[in-house]
Ligand binder design. Structure first.
Ligand SMILES: [Zn+2]
Length: 314
């Protein structure tokens, strides 16, 4: 999935080998635009926005798999039904990604906040009462849990493929930024790591959390967990500001290192893509550029919009 200035495009390869793109025009909501200018608040707004649009694209992917399933069923009438099982498996798999996506956002945030606070309380609080050290231990436990979780899910074939596409997206953007032609050969030469990546955000929330939490004293384990959960929006908002800052200073030699923890995390959240996957990513990127250019030159009007886009533009 690629997000441009005005549009977002996802490409999917259908079972027949064709690449199909799915497009969303970004809605300008006046109220949201105001919130998006306020530091701290804008981080939370953009996080909710991007998880909402991610869910929309996943929903579309599910529908496409549904179509493929129907076509398979039609074909199964006159041939054997071996395809049917593989396709309904794909449908179930895509649906579970959508569910995992939404659940991991809400439950994941709560679990990854409450569990480290709980574990460090029962394991380490007897050794130190210093809030900063306690907070650092908590951050360490959180990092271990996070890395373990990412490693474990990356062992499943489905998430592995998702991470390969993530790597493909980074490679395409890097190739484009180098000003090279977007061919499979050029794209595959790039690294799967990219400095401006959303997953850097995860590791930043851990680091910012360590600092913010160290200012708060607590008496019981439950006090500790509640303060963490209540402070979560502040931690997310602050992390977003730090991410903007590290992106702004990435060309300054020493400050560049501020973004490195995010790059290390990408060693887990990206994998080497196949040529086939790179082709899909290039298709999505080209379509996004095309649509963005169309919108920018005002060629696009609501009357000429393809009907299936009208719901997301009006
Ligand atoms: Zn990324």
């Amino acid at each position: 999935m690629f997000g441009g200035r005005y549009t977002q495009v996802t490409a999917i390869r259908r079972k027949n080998g064709e690449i199909e793109t799915h497009e969303l025009y970004k809605k300008e909501n006046p109220t949201l635009s105001i919130f998006k200018k306020i530091p701290l608040i804008r981080g939370i707004v953009s996080l909710i926005e991007s998880s909402a649009s991610g869910a929309k694209h996943l929903q579309h992917a599910t529908e496409v798999y549904d179509l493929d399933l129907e076509e398979d069923n039609d074909r199964a009438q006159d041939t054997s039904s071996t395809n049917k099982t593989s396709s309904s498996w794909s449908f179930g798999v895509v649906l579970s990604v959508a569910v995992i996506g939404v659940l991991s956002f809400i439950i994941g945030k709560v679990i990854f906040t409450a569990l480290p606070a709980f574990l460090s309380s029962i394991l380490f609080d007897r050794f130190t009462k210093n809030p900063l050290i306690q907070s650092v231990i908590e951050g360490g436990i959180k990092t271990l849990l996070l890395l373990g979780y990412l490693w474990a899910i990356s062992q499943t074939p489905l998430i592995k493929r998702l991470f390969q596409y993530h790597g493909a997206e980074h490679k395409v953007i890097s190739t484009y930024e180098l000003g090279q032609e977007l061919t499979i050969k050029n794209v595959q030469k790039q690294s799967t790591l990219h400095y401006r990546c959303g997953s850097s955000f995860i590791i930043l929330t851990v680091i910012v959390g360590v600092i913010v939490y160290s200012f708060f004293q607590y008496d019981t384990i439950w006090d500790r967990i509640w303060t963490r959960l209540l402070l979560l929006p502040i931690v997310i908002g602050l992390s977003y500001e730090v991410l903007r800052f590290t992106n702004a200073v990435r060309d300054i030699p020493v400050l560049r290192y501020l973004g490195y923890p995010g790059l290390w995390l990408q060693k887990l959240t990206t994998k080497e893509p196949t040529d086939d996957q790179v082709e899909v990513a290039i298709a999505a990127f080209n379509r996004m550029r095309e649509l963005d250019a169309e919108v920018a030159s005002n060629k696009y009007s609501k009357h000429s919009a393809p009907t299936h886009l009208s719901s997301s533009t009006s």
